[in-house]
Design a protein around this ligand. Structure first.
Ligand SMILES: [Zn+2]
Ligand SMILES: [Zn+2]
Length: 129
């Protein structure tokens, strides 16, 4: 006999409970992976859209690279994203206190994706041991 999940020593209720926990864990992980690939897809789309826009003559000097809103003095000032160096409007970026700079929504998502990819996965595996 291989070392499979042996539930024979458990009562019915205990076995059911173990199965439920295992299934829930698998479901959660699947959801995380789905969300991650969704975000990667969104980022890829955003990346190609952004590269098309940036080729337009001086587009980014006048409009936000993320939402295409025109910059206006005072009302909608342009801010440069630390990671991608594009100009974005105030609704498309947030201030990162750690970096002391502005980060656009796409780059934030990008950071989140790499955080998930490199940090969360090992953490999930460690929890199981
Ligand atoms: Zn914008
Ligand atoms: Zn950016």
């Amino acid at each position: 006999m291989g070392r499979k999940l042996d539930l024979s020593g458990l009562t019915d209720d205990e076995a059911k409970h173990v199965l439920k926990v295992v299934q829930r864990d698998m479901k959660l992980r699947k959801k995380e992976e789905e969300r991650l690939s969704e975000m990667k897809q969104e980022l890829a789309e955003e990346g190609s859209r952004c590269s098309i826009l940036s080729k337009q003559h001086r587009f980014n000097e006048h409009c936000c690279i993320r939402c295409c809103a025109p910059f206006t003095f005072l009302l909608n000032p342009k801010r440069q994203c630390l990671d991608c160096q594009f100009n974005v409007c105030k609704t498309c970026c947030t201030y990162s206190k750690r970096d002391k700079a502005w980060l656009c929504s796409a780059c934030q998502k990008g950071r989140l994706v790499s955080f998930y990819t490199f940090t969360c996965k090992p953490a999930v595996e460690m929890r199981e041991q």
